[in-house]
Design a protein around this ligand. Structure first.
Ligand SMILES: *Cc1c(COP(=O)(O)O)cnc(C)c1O
Length: 466
């Protein structure tokens, strides 16, 4: 399998190179050169398989040429061995048509573990083969950081520098990052928003000399391997609800458009997906883009769902590329326009391509709290705020009532227990697997949101390439 850049100029690469590179050298994102196709019989053949076996079947075409099926199975077995639920991503029924897909049974209590535990394994395998070293630089609105740090802490071929917006992540999220005391882990609190942190990271990657000197790599959802790992649970859930014979809809609380793009990929591969509902909070650039073609950056408003407090959505570029006719040169021009004016209109082809599968909804704090209370009263489920935004959008959607709707439950409620308590009066307890999070000592440095400060910090501490 080869991967091409959404901006058309970077060379096509195999899976191993794409995983280690993260971003393409022309500033674009990698996508498979063609979507692998699953027939109805292939999908029916997934019935009853374990999560790991499903993962092997769904991902094996994407890694062809870089990993054998047995290698892939080994890595998946290790990656998912640390989840606290046998089903890895269990489905929970809320009422006759609404379901939750619980994606938070990994070590750091958010769905990011599903992809990052595997990515940590892939990095280790590929770096050992090459006897090489990587410097991971990432920006996090909370959950990516903790999941990435957990996945690579203590490994000697990787250093990780994680930028989070100072004061804008929950206490549990911050402690999950800053209490990991390993020599290769570096936490930085940036005086600014998540978008400021992400812009700094992007600029470091675009600095060819800096990037080559430290062999920079990304763990943000711009890394294709992460999205690939997330495709698996769409298949796993849909098959349990009757695919290939019955179509299933998904509602996805969305920020960087990574998780929901994995659902789009599943549909392109042949999974009968009736609809993908893109649920945003009041930071609604994606809702405006999908409902009205207006992709223009607003100012970030901090909410109870910090992992969705985003006004530039990196992975949306992948959809614009694929749904808009895969014209890399045209997209490069369109994205350059966006980068200079912070606004763009979707083309007709992009709008029509997206409308075939996507709907969107903007959910405010009241809508979120109502959904949390409904889930508790109707089904005894305590939801985290992000999952509640997804559920609110799912319940408001005008889909055929015969189609089951799966809301992706992206975080454990204890990760956002203050917000859950405010909405429902219930304070969820931390599960035993996070241990003594509140007794451990924290370590992180505060830096201004300037390129000079951050690059100097990284250059001081990272391992340059031999
Ligand atoms: C990251 C995250 C999201 C948003 O996912 P994207 O892939 O960025 O769209 C939603 N909920 C939680 C809890 C998250 O950690």
């Amino acid at each position: 399998m080869h991967y091409v850049s959404t901006r058309g100029r970077a060379a096509a690469l195999g899976f191993e190179d794409v995983t280690l590179a993260g971003l393409a050298s022309d500033g674009g994102l990698y996508v498979p050169e063609a979507w692998p196709q699953f027939s109805a019989a292939d999908i029916a053949g997934l019935a009853g398989l374990s999560y790991v076996e499903t993962a092997v079947r769904v991902m094996r075409p994407f890694v062809a040429g870089s990993l054998t099926e047995d290698e892939l199975r080994d890595l998946c077995t290790t990656a998912y061995g640390r989840f606290s639920h046998q089903a890895i991503t269990p489905l929970v029924q809320l009422d006759h048509r609404h379901w939750l897909l619980e994606l938070f049974h990994g070590p750091t209590l958010a769905f990011k573990d599903v992809a990052l535990q595997l990515l940590g394994q892939l990095f280790e395998r590929f770096l050992a083969r090459r006897d090489d070293h990587l410097t991971i630089v990432g920006a996090t609105s909370g959950d990516t950081g903790s999941a990435a740090i957990d996945a690579v802490a203590g490994r000697d071929k990787v250093d990780i520098f994680m930028l989070h917006p100072d004061g804008r992540v929950s206490d549990v999220q911050r402690r999950q990052m800053t209490t990991v005391r390993a020599p290769n882990v570096h936490n930085i609190a940036i005086a600014g928003s998540f978008d400021d942190a992400q812009a700094l990271v992007k600029r470091m990657f675009n600095d060819a000399d800096f990037s080559a000197r430290f062999n920079l790599s990304a763990v943000n959802s711009i890394n294709w391997a992460r999205l690939m790992a997330q495709i698996v649970y769409y298949f796993y859930a849909a098959v349990r609800l009757g695919a290939p014979d019955r179509p299933v809809a998904f509602s996805v609380p969305t920020g960087n458009f990574g998780d929901v793009f994995a659902g789009y990929a599943a549909a392109k591969m042949g999974l009968p997906v009736a609809r993908l509902i893109v649920a945003t909070n009041v930071n609604d650039i994606l809702h405006r883009a999908l409902s009205d073609g207006d992709y223009s950056q607003g100012t970030v408003v901090p909410t109870a769902t910090p992992s969705m407090d985003i006004q530039v959505s990196s992975n949306f570029e992948r959809l614009l590329f694929d749904a808009g006719g895969r014209d890399g040169a045209a997209l490069a021009t369109q994205m350059a326009g966006f980068e200079s004016s912070k606004a763009m209109r979707l083309t007709n082809a992009q709008r029509e391509g997206a409308a075939a599968l996507f709907r969107s909804a903007r959910v405010d704090a009241d809508g979120m709290a109502l959904a949390m209370r409904w889930a508790h009263e109707a089904a005894g489920q305590v939801l985290d705020p992000h999952s509640a935004i997804g559920l609110s959008a799912a319940r408001a959607d005008d889909l055929d009532p015969a189609v089951p709707v799966v809301t992706l439950a992206t975080a454990h409620p204890a990760k956002f227990r203050d917000a859950v308590e405010r909405a429902t009066g219930i304070r969820p307890g931390l599960p035993a697997r996070v241990g003594s999070l509140f007794e451990r000592e924290e370590a992180y440095d505060r830096l201004p949101a300037t390129f000079e400060a951050v690059t100097a910090y990284v250059a001081d501490r990272a391992t340059p390439r031999a």
